[in-house]
Design a protein around this ligand. Structure first.
Ligand code: ZN
Ligand code: ZN
Length: 605
């Protein structure tokens, strides 16, 4: 045991050599006295005083005393892991209680490697780990993402005979879930004799980590069937994000109903994820409603609400919520400002945006990040102030990233400015040479300027680099199922009916004044062929399908992977009027709400 002696000697150096004078402590100090005093410690200073007296009076040899000192120092909020370690190293024969304490303290302090070392040391010294050892050990593995270590420890669990312990099993599920080994997580879960709310939380969380959203919801159903209504906060948050990813507002609303019926007081974290769910699934009004009825709001709730209003194009409302936040005395941070600036940019509030950008730097002393610059370039670019946007990029004290240049490029596309557009594209090709989308935007601009040779050049470059455009798709929910449509897709079983529907709509559209915008087709083909290609963009297929399969007047919600083209935007405006349907389209950046022939973005996107 030479190592231990060396350790204890060095660690002794950091301990108080002469106990501080404290008459009250000395008089009340006796064999029973140190324990309640230890319990009352509220700071490291007080703790050191007690420790010093324990040493002076010779109680430290008592192992109960030593382990309590370690536990207090390692686990208290004010505790110091270093100090706890120095005491731990002086205990002559530490047992599993002392090791467990040290393991737990180190997990809490995120000294994860140390946790594994302690465990190995424990095994080497022949000290038996127990059901209190494993949950924290597994937590360390999951935080380290160490599935190999986790699997090894899983083996030890059986050897230690604690394989049936529910806390250990829950720890295993969480560990496998966080390390991405979903199959192992399910194996443990299925073999459990008894499941607690924490077990369900762990398995639902594991599926959320693996982005298996559908299974998350199925498991929530199973959980309630087994009589566990009171889900943990983390479970509710997993389930709500499942609703967001599945793009299903109906499911989300259903979950909200379950929450309200079973949990009388939702806390601020769950309510905020509810807002997030509503906002991201297109129901901005519902999100606002939850927000307004919140008794307690924190900075995160404000951030979610502001960014939500931003992506729905409600710039003025977002600014109102922001000033409400400032009135509440909550200091804004850089994340809130990203929401505020993007709200201004989505709604075309140029002056307000410039003012906010100034306030952020000079009033709130927040250094703009590349994201803030991205928002500002977007704001100026959308408003057609392309020179100003380019000037801002050149004046940036930090290196502009691809997002910044892409904002400029897409603004150049909207306002058809080839000169600046080519500069932006050139920068993008250098930063990110393999993104087909950027090449296509430039090709689109050349096509609209009838520079077919340049279009061909870009196409060749793409072919040389084997860049293939991600096919655009649109998804809709009808009859409780989600359907996916790809542009020009004729493989759908119902493609005849869908194409017929599109054909039928044509004369009505023409009658209302719709003209196909063929400049969106990047091929040098005749007008007729261009019109034909335009007709079968994924969004139009999705709309036709939903018109067939949903009842008259019911809203249509579409989510898509790419930005819609301006022809689909015009087309959808007309459809909303002709068919009297509210149509919501979500792309990667924002929402468009079409109603009575107009869009909420006011054609500013
Ligand atoms: Zn289109
Ligand atoms: Zn729009």
């Amino acid at each position: 045991m030479t190592r231990t002696t060396v350790l204890s000697q060095t660690h002794l150096l950091s301990l108080p050599s002469t106990p501080p004078q404290c008459s009250e402590l000395s008089t009340r100090f006796n064999e029973q006295g140190w324990y309640p005093l230890l319990k009352r410690c509220k700071s490291m200073e007080e703790f050191k005083q007690v420790h010093a007296h324990v040493l002076k009076l010779g109680f430290f040899c008592d192992s109960f005393c030593g382990s309590n000192l370690v536990a207090t120092c390692a686990l208290a909020k004010w505790g110091s892991m270093e100090y706890a370690c120095s005491i731990f190293r002086q205990i002559e024969e530490p047992g599993s209680f002392e090791y467990n304490t040290m393991i737990r303290g180190n997990v809490n302090n995120m000294n994860l490697e140390e946790v594994l070392l302690l465990y190995v040391e424990m095994l080497e010294r022949g000290i038996e780990p127990n059901n209190f050892t494993y949950p924290f050990l597994l937590k360390a593995c999951s935080l380290l993402g160490g599935v190999k270590e986790g699997i090894q420890i899983h083996g030890h669990v059986f050897k230690a005979g604690v394989g049936d312990d529910i806390f250990v099993q829950n720890g295993l599920i969480s560990m496998y879930g966080k390390c991405g080994a979903i199959k192992h997580a399910c194996d443990v879960f299925e073999k459990m004799d008894e499941k607690s709310v924490a077990s369900w939380s762990a398995i639902i969380g594991a599926h959320a980590c693996a982005e298996m959203w559908h299974q998350c919801l199925m498991l929530l159903g199973d959980m309630s069937r087994e009589g566990h209504w009171r889900a943990e906060e983390s479970t509710l948050v997993s389930v709500l994000s499942a609703c967001i990813h599945l793009g299903s507002p109906n499911l989300g609303r259903c979950i909200h109903g379950i929450l309200l019926r079973n949990i009388s007081e939702l806390n601020v974290v769950v309510k905020t994820s509810l807002i997030d769910m509503y906002v991201k699934s297109g129901c901005i009004e519902k999100g606002v409603c939850v927000f307004q009825n919140m008794a307690e709001k924190n900075r995160y709730s404000y951030t979610v609400m502001i960014s939500g209003l931003a992506i729905h194009g409600h710039g003025t409302e977002a600014l109102q919520v922001f000033s409400e936040m400032l009135e509440e005395g909550l200091a804004p941070d850089d994340v809130v400002y990203v929401g505020v600036l993007s709200a201004c940019s989505h709604a075309g509030l140029v002056n307000e945006g410039l003012q906010c950008f100034k306030n952020m730097q000079f009033e709130h002393k927040i250094k703009p990040t590349v994201q803030h610059y991205g928002c500002m370039v977007d704001l100026l670019g959308r408003a057609g102030m392309l020179r100003e946007a380019y000037g801002l990029i050149k004046s940036m004290p930090i290196k502009p990233n691809d997002v910044v240049w892409r904002s400029l490029l897409s603004a150049c596309k909207v306002h058809l400015n080839l000169e600046i557009g080519e500069i932006a594209a050139e920068k993008l090709f250098m930063l990110n040479p393999n993104n087909p989308g950027d090449y296509l935007v430039l090709a689109n601009m050349y096509a609209r300027a009838h520079k077919w040779n340049d279009v061909a050049r870009i196409r060749r470059e793409m072919a040389d680099k084997h860049l293939v455009q991600t096919p655009g798709f649109s998804m809709v929910e009808a009859e409780r199922k989600v359907y996916k449509f790809v542009s020009q897709d004729r493989s759908q079983p119902e493609f005849d009916t869908i194409y017929n529907m599109i054909h039928q709509m044509e004369w009505q559209l023409k009658f209302e004044g719709y003209k196909p915008d063929t400049s969106q087709v990047l091929l040098d083909v005749d007008e007729e062929e261009k019109r034909e290609r335009l007709k079968h963009h994924s969004q139009k297929l999705a709309i036709a399908f939903t018109l067939i399969h949903t009842s008259e007047g019911s809203p249509i919600r579409i989510s898509r992977n790419l930005r819609m083209c301006s022809d689909c935007h015009t087309y959808t405006k007309f459809i909303s009027k002709i068919c009297e349907r509210e149509i919501t389209v979500r792309d990667r950046f924002r929402f468009h709400h079409f109603k009575d022939g107009a869009c909420s973005c006011k054609d500013y996107w």
